[in-house]
Design a protein around this ligand. Sequence first.
Ligand code: SF4
Length: 400
Amino acid sequence: VVFNTCCVRENADVKVYGRLGELKEHRKKNPKGMVVVAGCLAQKDAESLRQRFPQVDIVLGTHNLKTLPDAVENVAATGRPELRLKWGGADLELSASRRGLITASVPVSMGCDEFCTFCIVPFVRGRLKSRPLENIVKEAEHLVKRGYREIMLLGQNVNTYGFDLSPRVDFGDLLYALGGVQGLQRIRFTSPHPKDFSVKVLEAVRDVPSVVEHIHLPLQSGDDEVLRRMRRPYNRSEYFDLLTRIREMIPDISVTTDVIVGFPTETEEQFENTLELVRRARFDNAYMFAYSARQGTAAAKLPDEVGEEARYQRLYKLIQTQNAITQEKHDQQVGRSIEVMVEGPSKKDPSRLTGRARSNKLAHFVGSPDLIGSLVHVRLTEAYLFGFQGELVGELAAAG
Ligand code: SF4
């Protein structure tokens, strides 16, 4: 059993520990079985993992994933546990993870050089390391040949892609190069940093037909002092100016964001500044979180001046505010026909199909399963917080 873990949020840690506990008896009954914990949590908690869960046979840090086959052979031969936590051997050429048969996730870089004070990523995934541009383009071509229609480019701070390459490459160069891959219908990317948006990236989103009109622009806080304490190198007005520029350049753009409320020193007034900015920014949607301390980060050393109750009250208020905006924006789209990539049967109602708009929103409609993998036009008939109901208007491009 292999757990490939993330530890950005505390919940993910808790889940893995719960599952490991459940496996204890199972492991005893299967002496030849193996339990592997790989990725961020393994990197962060290697020693305590082995002490708390002796049923774990292999612990693989973030830069050691490619050594899994070798570690398995060693454990099978010696019966002794393997702990591999070395830095520097990360293999970004490991094949992409796939969502269904339509979208493939393609890592373009690993690690991050920012050290935002609330974030554990630089400690568990290391410094920025980018893949050569040609390798990513080749992988995209290969994926298209295998039938994939869409790729999601992944990086912890995706728009710093190429800053460490020599000669330096702009993330926009990668988007333009991937725009030339025949048969690749859609390109998405996440997560960018507001400070690293080059003009070339925005031009690529505007001009390259396969790059979709969706930008995730993490805000984190709408208060200048909190942003400074988070070590986010922009202020609220710079953020808002960037958002305005993006919307001027790409009028149909869908913009989503991340917001953390209840940072340890956040006052009620500072939280209100975030709410005010969220109201003004009118994001299409947001991932909203109550701050949770990650041991080892600078913010975890700050005294908690907020408290859990106030933290969750603020989160509730923020969610109410953003949800009302999302619903309002969705209502305005009813009656429009949009391009949708058909992903499969709807999870809630398998008699309908689910497709994804270029904006990343979901639409559900009646149609033949033969349409899965195709681009179709759907007229939106009803709006919800999490998407739309619609009617099939016609097919734009058949499945490959
Ligand atoms: Fe973490 Fe993103 Fe900040 Fe990097 S830029 S430290 S990944 S929050």
